[in-house]
Write a protein that binds this ligand. Structure first.
Ligand SMILES: [Zn+2]
Length: 375
């Protein structure tokens, strides 16, 4: 196994009074203060937002999808053009997923065996075979700071299937480690096991024995109930080493972020803020607002009068509603800026509350606020 260039990548917990943690993740493309929310740039772009706008919001790390970039434009083209950072003009940190989640979401069009997964491209129906080795090779060509092991993400409720899938996920984690050649990328291991605490614990035990520089919890927020998800997260702090970052994949409602930080999670990603924006919904600290509602037609106020984002500093709800009705592209951009800002700001406030030793009080107040309907 290749060791990591520790000068370029490290993680330090600077405060954890109880389970919630505030930390600093050092990467070759800058420091990331944790807990952190990572916006998703599926196609090497966070939809409707420029890198300059992400920078102004205070984003320090974003996620991109290996599956999508492998199919289009292809990892070789991105590598030829200087890697993902250069290609998309983002000089802060990037994390790429391994493609596993997307491939397993393809349903009937894919076939799994212990070697890997054969699937049909959702773009043109062409046949592809993905293996742990290829997932690493593609992610090395893309060149993100943090890359992920290739894992299987099964139905969280199917015990028998989860037991089989877990064996594959563990074998694949070892193969990913062996396949890795670059020393300037941190490879995170992924813990699976559905909604079954004993499988999760077993998975954590095996994956942490491989000594990855960070650990992700995969296979949650995929159809299980909120209480099933929280029951698994309750175990995380005990199963994972304290000195490594912990990343909960695909989770991003404000309530979920608070509940996961409460249980010791450091990193999150979710498409929610940009997806909501494309459906005319603004996320605020006091719930969601549907900007399409006629009630906003004459409203001179911003989405959130206390919000410091570019959108709320300059534009009224009436203007945003007009853009939506007129089908102007700027609507998606302005609402996305606000929605991402809200989650980034939420994480900044959560972090501050941890450092000031008042997380529980802050979480209580925020949860009460967010439960109120906004409209
Ligand atoms: Zn705003």
């Amino acid at each position: 196994m290749l060791s990591l260039n520790n000068q370029q990548f490290s993680f330090q917990v600077i405060s954890n009074k109880g389970k919630p943690r505030a930390g600093i993740l050092k990467t070759p493309h800058g420091d990331v203060q944790t807990p952190v929310f990572m916006p998703v740039g599926t196609q090497a772009t966070v939809k409707a937002i420029t890198p300059a706008q992400l920078d102004e919001i205070g984003v320090t790390i974003l996620l991109s999808n290996t599956y999508h970039l492998y199919l289009r434009p292809g990892a070789d083209i991105i590598s030829e053009l200087g890697g993902l950072h250069h290609f998309m003009h983002w000089d802060k940190a990037i994390l790429t997923d391994s493609g596993g989640f997307q491939v397993f979401s393809l349903g009937e069009t894919r076939k799994i065996n212990n070697d890997g997964v054969t699937f049909k491209s959702h773009l043109d129906g062409s046949l592809h075979h993905f293996t742990p080795e290829l997932a690493i090779q593609v992610q090395e060509k893309l060149g993100a700071d943090i890359i992920m092991t290739f894992d299987e993400c099964p139905d969280p409720h199917d015990l028998k299937y989860n037991m089989d899938a877990l064996k594959r996920t563990h074998l694949w984690a070892e193969r990913c480690l062996k396949a890795k050649t670059r020393t300037d990328q941190a490879l995170f291991g992924i813990i699976q096991g559905g909604i079954f605490p004993d499988l999760r614990e077993q998975s954590a035990e095996f994956i942490t024995s491989l000594n990855f520089p960070g650990y992700a919890i995969g296979g949650l927020s995929v159809g299980e109930t909120k209480s099933e998800m929280l029951a698994i997260l309750d175990g995380v702090d005990g199963w994972l080493p304290a000195d490594k970052p912990r990343y909960l994949m695909g989770v991003g409602t404000p309530q979920d972020l608070i509940e996961a930080v409460r249980r010791g999670i450091d990193m999150f990603d979710c498409v929610l803020p940009t997806r909501l924006a494309r459906h005319q919904a603004a996320q605020t600290f006091f719930g969601r607002i549907n900007l399409m509602n006629a009630v906003h037609a004459h409203d001179p106020n911003p989405i959130d009068i206390s919000c410091q984002c570019y959108t709320c500093q300059h534009f009224s709800r009436a203007y945003l509603r007009h853009l939506i009705v007129a089908k102007e592209m700027l609507a998606a951009t302005l609402i996305s800026i606000h929605n991402i800002f809200t989650l980034v700001e939420l994480m900044r406030r959560i972090r501050r509350s941890i450092l000031e030793n008042c997380f529980d009080q802050y979480a209580f107040e925020m949860t009460k606020l967010m439960e109120k309907p906004a409209d």
